[in-house]
Ligand binder design. Sequence first.
Ligand code: GLA
Length: 395
Amino acid sequence: MELAELKEKFCALYGGTEEDIRIFMSPGRVNLIGEHTDYNGGYVFPAALSMRTAIAYRKTNSGKIRMAATDLDVRVEADINRLADYKDLKWGDYQLGVAYVMQKQGYQICSCDMLFDDTTPHGGGLSSSAAIEVATALAFATISNEEKGITAPVDMIEMAKISQQAEHEYIGVQCGIMDQFASAMGKKNHAMLLNCASLDYELVPLQMDGYKLVIANTNKKRGLADSKYNERRGECEAAVADLQKVLPEITCLADVSVAEFEQHRSAIQNETARRRAKHVVYEIDRVLQSVKALKAGDMLRFGELMNASHDSLRDDYEVTGLELDTLVEEARKVDGVIGSRMTGAGFGGCTVSLVKEDAVENFIAAVGPNYQAKTGLTAAFYVSEIGDGGHEVKA
Ligand code: GLA
């Protein structure tokens, strides 16, 4: 929805005029490579999308946070003095989780009316939740700073950390920092090489002469994704505990090189945990190789690494499933596709494919029907536009 329309809708809902409405926004992300490495202290290589959450915001004196969404028939009213009480909401829990964490940290959470407009598909593996969280955190932090007379700009890395903490403490997903960091810190036409242990990052121009990144959405409902995600995290921790018996200096899988892994892999007792660890150690290495390939303009190599990433997520990390695997298989059959992989947590959600510009139309025309024939589901396609991270839209 255009922002002018969002403001109109806001007034129709909450009354008043448009003058005192503020607009905050933050994007979804696509991860190009480096999956399930973030919570293992490794590298990731995501980019912020132009798909985003926009919030029309007005400060009030009601003692309440009132929220609604443009695409859902839902209204939430939360008491700002009882923010711990809304964990079970079907919609609104991300926002109130962020407010809850911020209030504990000493931010002044003011009463307000908010209308949310998301263009990132919900539950699609493009971090619609991080977009909501970071946009909300930015709104609350901006107002809190103004109330307290703090003139420094909002620290967006802090907003990413707060959003991740809300996932851990309020939502119950032990996610890494990638999604929130990419949403907060992304830059138009750049991808971001992020070291998830130190939070050092480098913005890498996405110069992909003649190629496009095409996202395909399985449109599969994600079901038990959150519990499986936490389970994978536990398996990685078990692998670290075993490896520490032979490599006492390591604290996470990112501390283990490919050579060390090959030398000591038998120290990991459980066969499943061993395969999980293998994925992580090799995937971190693939991220660094991909960035090197991209900088050298070697797109074919980049595509090969994307393919290897998906195969490892399918066989060793086991987070793909029929829908993602079918989309990837069908994509790889199309002339002009040089790499295709799942992106995000997996178990449904989206794939990202590196496609020659002149083959994009063909790609969509071929993959869509073949996917439907094999799964009964209708895929959606988006040619990625890489946008900016979270910010207030000033008139
Ligand atoms: C989800 C999590 C991220 C990351 C990815 C997998 O998107 O929120 O922290 O772990 O899965 O790479």
